[in-house]
Design a protein around this ligand. Sequence first.
Ligand code: HEC
Length: 211
Amino acid sequence: METGILHTHHLVVVIYTLFIALNFVVVLANNRNALLTIKAKTRFVRIIFEVILLGTGVFLMLKSPVGISDYVIVKWVTVILGIVFFVLGTKKMNAIMMALSLAMFVYTYLLGSTRNILLKPEEMRVREAYLNEPDDQTKGKAIYDIACARCHGEDGKAGYRKAKNLAISELSEDAKAGYIKMGRGIMPSYSYMKEEEIQVLVKYINKFKEK
Ligand code: HEC
């Protein structure tokens, strides 16, 4: 269920962003007639897209085991600003507003894929966490919270997007490490992780069983 909604959300975001880009080009070309034609022909479709975009966004936020984190709040602000600039930009034929709208959407998209306000890739944040945290327990927790909690939840039990309950996993340490390296189905592969990072992570998720 969540996966289907997520794919729909991605698709709608991409189409909506391309639509803003198209309008931006028309505003740059200063072609008011073309703009009015596009507006008249796409009015209803656009509202439907906006409803799907925001509706799937709310659904995914409510389902997410990590809930409303800082990047999610920023995402809502930028996407709403993006829509406001789009409406004003097309109304006033203002290229700067259109550029801002497009920038907001591109940034929001990148926020969604990196899940970080500074758009720092997950790999880099995992590496920093491993280097900066003082001991194996805190390294494991930090890496887990960055890479895994969004599906498995902070306690390993969330089951978002059919993620297995890590607190009842019967797998050996090697098998868990294999899952992390290779991924399976919806679970992504973490081939970027170094052996020592995977080791602290496996030790950390093993502890879920004791709780
Ligand atoms: C996008 C969601 C998602 C993310 C992120 C994710 N997982 Fe998973 N994980 C899954 C799913 C789904 C399965 C079940 C896969 C299957 O067996 O088909 C799973 C299975 C597992 C299993 C096997 C459990 C068992 O007993 O079968 C382990 C171990 C695991 N994940 C650890 C992790 C770790 C560690 C991370 C972070 C590095 C992580 N996962 C990130 C979705 C995710």
